[in-house]
Design a protein around this ligand. Structure first.
Ligand code: WT7
Length: 635
């Protein structure tokens, strides 16, 4: 079996082989990597506990696969190209040899600061190459990184630090994001008020704004690096890791108020992130891969850092936002670096569509070969715009479906190899066995059906656990359907057997490709003094895909208070982050509840959507009258 399938026929063969003989299939794929010691057994698994192990007793270090093994042939080739937020600043190119040196030196800094194998290290930085260096340096010494997206608030950081019991943080003085300059270090300081167990904070200087440095706890990245380089460049031996040792934790929202720490393993994650990268994008040596995601999400982990570097690719990353300094930002970057692959989110496409085609005019996009989307369903209009105006009808478009928990892309067409269909993620990758389940928990067979999307067989980068709470992992993903991993997504399989993801079926929102739990937003709203209760639902939003609609009941004494709306928004920003702010807030007297006290979100969703005619049966409600009141007051 070749590592990269090149024709539709080869895809079909690879898929059939991966189902008939999964162990043999993955043995072959895994043999393309560098191992310190080969595995004894390919797979052991049960979904009931769950317990999944891949490449058992194999030993490796992912950074040797991302960097060291490329040095002889690719040493002088760019590993990372970085574009700064401001056009005035020169871009930076880091070759594989330079990356090797930077990762080794910073790995030594981590060791000098007392970090050991198995320790959790939280990384809260902007989109600068040092973020990738920090991750790789952790991986080099076997520390488990937990990257926190730079848009999260102090209280979200402290929740994550406490959950992971991370005693070390790597951050920046600040981060540039479009016209804004975000004071990351101040936010960390605020988070640390409730995290006395944090021993060290390593601070990279990006914005050069004054920050408060706590003696004994806070150190400068640059100073620490000087201490290491003063002794000469001594590459450090990468830690030998077991295949199943955790590589990183990445927190993600679920249907409860508390985010879950999704744990990925060293070997399985490496194998699948790389395999999916090379196949979905049909990556060719020498190409420039431009993924616009933030490294704080799984897309950035897999398709800016690990998958791309393991494949010996060139990863183009940028700091900032798609519309700064203007809406031509992406196209300037593509033209400047002759990017061959552009991988972005439907929400970014929709927001750029709103500026028309003027920002594209005169920009040379002829280097592009593949266009990708991820994070949410892409509407046909956006798909066609992307195809015509960016791809000039000359590029393959891949709609890639995956999740934080899956580690890599599970459903997607393979660029130029398997058929594409607008708004369809199309077909599972080799090794991915899908099932659509009905309400009774039975698998639905045949085509032209819709059900809940499950996966029947493990793939190498399936999550291993949720940090510190294995039972939560079981309940969340493996308890709804027997012997299945449940994705939380609804899905349609058409007449040809192509898959279209229809969106979450649980209480999770997808706002601009960011996953947000309704319970998390409700908790944040309820923290506001004067709020008695709230209920949050999603509604269709032209740009964001989904908007956040909050129904809020105030305590009687606060009912006529000025500025409540603004206070609530501030609270959500303070507790979660600005991206979780509700788009609409409606103050109500009551919420539609069943006699057992459960909020009927279905009704609230209908009202938020403006679909007032189809509210459905309200007779099971404790007080059906509240529905009319809410309808009358709709925002
Ligand atoms: C959820 C996972 C995967 C990277 C970014 C989000 C939705 C993801 C698609 C797609 C339709 C998609 C799903 C999924 N989603 N990709 N191509 N088409 N929906 O990662 O935060 O873990 O969210 O994003 O609902 O469950 P995440």
């Amino acid at each position: 079996m070749p590592f990269q399938v090149k024709t539709y026929e080869e895809y079909k063969e690879a898929y059939a082989h991966s189902v008939a003989q999964p162990e043999a299939f993955w043995d072959d794929i895994a043999s393309h990597f560098q191992w310190r010691k080969k595995w004894d057994k390919t797979l052991a698994w049960t979904f009931t506990e769950p317990n999944v192990q891949w490449f058992i007793n194999g030993k490796l270090n992912i950074t040797e696969n991302c960097i060291d093994r490329h040095l002889p042939l690719l040493g002088n080739k760019p590993a990372i190209i970085w574009e700064a937020n401001s056009k005035e600043q020169q871009h930076v190119v880091i070759t594989y040899s330079e990356l090797y040196e930077q990762v080794n030196n910073f790995a030594q800094v981590l060791r000098n600061n007392g970090i050991q194998k198995g320790d959790r290290v939280c990384i809260y930085m902007g989109m600068i190459p040092q973020l990738a260096v920090a991750m790789l340096a952790c991986a080099r010494i076997g520390a488990i990184h937990s990257v926190i997206f730079g848009g999260f608030s102090a209280s979200s950081i402290s929740d994550r630090l406490q959950d992971a019991q991370a005693a070390h943080i790597i951050t920046c003085d600040g981060a540039y994001r479009g016209p804004k300059d975000i004071p990351l270090k101040n936010i960390v300081d605020e988070a640390l008020v409730s995290c006395p167990f944090v021993k060290k904070v390593i601070v990279y200087q990006r914005t050069n704004k004054p920050v408060n440095m706590v003696a004994g706890r806070d150190v400068w990245w640059y100073d620490e690096l000087q201490k290491v380089t003063a002794q000469g460049h001594q590459p450090i031996a990468a830690e030998e890791m077991d295949a199943e040792d955790p590589l990183f934790i990445l927190y993600t929202s679920g249907s409860t108020g508390k985010p879950k720490g999704v744990v990925h393993s060293c070997a399985g994650y490496m194998v699948y992130a790389t395999y999916s990268f090379v196949n979905v994008f049909q990556y060719r040596p020498g190409e420039v891969h431009f993924c616009t995601a933030d490294i704080g999400w799984i897309t950035g982990h897999s398709y800016i850092v690990y998958g791309v570097l393991c494949a010996g690719g060139t990863s183009l990353m940028y700091e900032g936002i798609p519309t700064y300094p203007d809406a031509g930002r992406f196209w300037d970057i593509v033209a400047k670096h002759k990017a061959n692959i552009l991988y972005t989110a439907p929400t970014a496409i929709r927001s750029l569509m709103a500026y028309g085609t003027a920002p594209i005019e005169g920009k040379d996009l002829s280097s592009l070969r593949v266009l990708g989307t991820v994070g949410e369903p892409i509407n046909e209009e956006a798909w066609h715009w992307y195809n015509e105006h960016i791809g000039k009808k000359n590029c393959a478009i891949v709609d890639t479906w995956f999740q934080t928990e899956t580690g890599g892309i599970l459903i997607s067409n393979l660029a130029g190899v398997t058929p594409s269909k607008p708004s369809y993620a199309t077909l599972p990758l080799p090794g991915i066995q899908l099932a659509l389940m009905d309400e009774q928990g039975k698998e639905m067979t045949g085509n032209n059906i819709s059900g809940n999307l499950c996966i029947k067989f493990p793939w190498p980068s399936i999550l291993r656990t949720t940090w510190g709470d294995h039972e939560r992992c079981r309940l969340n993903y493996f308890a709804t359907y027997k012997d299945m991993y449940f994705t939380g997504d609804g899905c349609h399989r058409d007449e040809q057997g192509f898959y279209r993801i229809t969106g979450r079926v649980d209480d999770v929102l997808n706002v601009s490709g960011h996953r947000i739990g309704t319970a998390e937003v409700e908790n944040a709203i309820n923290m506001q003094e004067g709020v008695l209760e709230s209920a949050v639902v999603g509604y269709p939003h032209d740009i964001k895909g989904q908007g956040i609609y909050a129904y809020v009941i105030l305590e009687q004494s606060h009912e006529h208070e000025q500025g409540m709306q603004a206070h609530i928004l501030q609270n959500v920003t303070r507790i979660i982050g600005p991206f979780a702010r509700p788009d609409k807030i409606q103050f109500v007297k009551g919420l539609p509840k069943t006699r057992s006290g459960k909020i009927m979100r279905r009704i609230l969703r209908k009202i938020a959507e403006g679909d007032l005619a189809n509210i459905g049966d309200t007779s099971t409600l404790l007080d059906p009258g509240v529905v009319d009141d809410i309808k009358d007051g709709k925002v």
